[in-house]
Design a protein around this ligand. Structure first.
Ligand code: G3P
Length: 218
């Protein structure tokens, strides 16, 4: 399973990259705003800065909601760097735009996926990735992981090339369960990635090894 980090924070991206396990980055307008990035020029240079840290795909989301706006915005974003993937919402205009981008060699990530039907349409339109939001479904007492399972079955039935990018991943168990189900990618916060390492027996075992080594050394 590929690991993406879901942030626009350069420091966190660098830290995840330094672990040697990072395959890409996802951003969204809320994450960009959280870093105080606003205005065309600042947004563009921030995406380029992210692309320069990570050797992997970087999702950059369009703000337009109409087909023409998505196309012109997406073309500009895709021109910024070879690793940019244009993130487009799962709406009718979004699906039309994904088809256009696919036909014109621009890779896409269909975002705000909350149903198997939306994921099916996105795959038919040729999306490179779909982003089902696991955590946000859990937030409303629905089952985010069950959606990942359904999409996995549908994509396998028809050999769709679209990759399942489990998004809105909030904690380590989400990551492990996505891996068990067979999500192609997960995107989550740095805390969830680093959380995978946490185990009290690792900590106590290491402390014991070091203590024994020090004792033997005299
Ligand atoms: O990038 C989209 C998604 O991962 C958002 O996550 O935690 O805001 O639901 P969250």
């Amino acid at each position: 399973m590929k690991f993406f980090i879901d942030t626009a924070n350069l420091e966190q991206i660098r830290e995840a990259q330094s672990l040697g396990v990072l395959d890409g980055v996802t951003t969204n307008p809320s994450l960009m705003a959280k870093e105080g990035i606003s205005g065309d020029a600042a947004v563009k240079s921030h995406y380029v800065a992210i692309c320069e840290i990570v050797e992997g795909d970087v999702s950059a989301e369009v703000i337009s909601t109409d087909f023409d706006g998505m196309i012109s915005e997406g073309r500009i974003l895709a021109d910024l760097h070879a690793n940019i993937v244009v993130k487009v919402p799962a709406t009718a205009d979004g699906i039309r735009a994904i088809r256009w981008f696919t036909d014109n060699g621009i890779r896409t990530n269909c975002t705000l996926i909350f149903s198997a039907g939306q994921a099916l349409l996105a795959a038919k339109a040729g999306a490179s990735y779909v982003s089902p939001f696991v955590g946000r479904l859990d937030d409303i007492s629905s089952d985010g992981l069950q959606l990942i399972e359904k999409i996995r079955v549908i994509y396998d039935n028809y050999d769709y090339g679209t990759e399942i990018l489990a998004a809105s991943v909030r904690h380590t168990m989400h990551i492990i369960e996505c891996a068990e189900i067979g999500a192609d990618i997960m995107t989550g916060p740095l805390s969830a990635i680093k959380g995978l390492l946490k185990h009290p027996l690792t900590d106590s075992g290491l402390a014991q090894f070091l203590a024994d080594h020090a004792k033997a050394k005299g």
